[in-house]
Design a protein around this ligand. Structure first.
Ligand code: OAD
Length: 281
């Protein structure tokens, strides 16, 4: 729709950002929650459609590490080119497979936190009004009972063939029958199984991205929770919503790269702020 970028990239299209920072003219309400919560509440209560854009900070209080937090983020300890690209997987399939398997185990052990629960409860009491667009590859929104979730970066518990369409056999290879291994391998054609996440340089799932852009452009309020705003095209959804007239509320204990898009910034964590924001709204 607006952003030409379809794969996850960390450099924001400069034009989009510059154009945006210049257009921030209406009331900006930053500061302690006691003052800013009512503004955010009013925006959500008055919105017929609310979109929630979530990032890794959403799951931090469930024990799932973020990517860019200085000390605890995965990318402060691991190289994304080695662990989140097709080239990295081809170079060392076992290492990459094991890394995702371990992260997948962490996801299986984790539970939705009070932030996930608050979003799901609001969606249940306001049917058809909330869509969650997540960059997260866990299933915590779904396990909290969130009805409408779009996953932009895939599913860490899912599986795909490394080389889609490689098999020339009449009956396509069955991924569930791949020979167990690290990674599993097709006994017929040798294709490798890879985790079902989107890696850098790959296209986002087109249907999810299209719908995310459509709902972002049609909502009256957007809640942006726990994302650094460093990865596009997901980061561009906040600007898209704002340009289309939505009130943008950012929930994050730290600054993010898309703070210029916010009408209201709530400085706190997902599990603290979302229950306070959404109860009785
Ligand atoms: P980041 O790690 O870049 O950012 C996490 C954000 O969450 C930071 O802004 C933190 O300040 C904030 N945060 C930390 N704890 C929080 C809490 N308890 N409550 C609320 N916010 C908190 O994660 P993402 O923005 O999701 O890509 O990163 C985007 C993409 O980069 C990911 O989807 C992944 C990664 O490479 C792919 O997997 C393709």
């Amino acid at each position: 729709m607006t952003d030409a970028v379809t794969g996850p990239v960390t450099r924001a299209p400069g034009e989009a950002l510059r154009g945006y920072a210049a257009s921030v003219h209406d009331r900006e309400v930053f500061g302690p929650d006691a003052e800013t919560l009512p503004h955010a509440r009013a925006a959500i209560a008055g919105a017929r459609r609310v979109v929630v854009l979530t990032g890794a900070g959403m799951g931090a209080e469930s024990g799932i590490p973020t990517f860019r937090d200085a000390l605890t983020g995965l990318w402060s300890r691991f190289d994304p080119h080695e662990l989140a690209s097709v080239e990295g997987f081809r170079a060392d399939p076992q290492r990459v497979w094991d890394w995702y398997a371990e992260r997948g185990e962490g996801v299986r052990r984790a539970h939705p936190n009070a932030g996930h629960e608050a979003l799901a409860a609001w969606a249940r009491t306001h049917p058809g009004r909330m869509c969650v667009v997540t960059q997260n590859v866990d299933d915590l929104h779904q396990r909290a009972g969130q009805p409408d979730v779009l996953r932009l970066h895939g599913d860490i518990l899912g599986r795909r063939w490394l080389d889609e369409g490689r098999c020339r056999e009449r009956t396509p290879c069955d991924i569930t029958a791949a020979e167990p291994g690290r990674p599993p391998r097709c006994a017929r054609c040798g294709n490798l199984v890879r985790p079902g996440v989107v890696w850098f340089g790959e296209a986002l799932p087109a249907a999810a991205l299209d719908r995310a852009q459509q709902v972002a452009g049609a909502c009256e309020a957007m809640l942006v929770v726990g994302t650094s705003g460093a990865v596009w095209p997901a980061a561009g959804l906040a600007g898209l919503a704002r340009r289309a007239g939505a009130t943008v509320v950012i929930v994050n204990p730290q600054e993010s790269e898309i703070d210029a898009q916010a009408h209201v910034r709530l400085r706190g964590t997902a599990a603290q702020v979302l229950p306070a924001l959404l109860a009785r709204t």
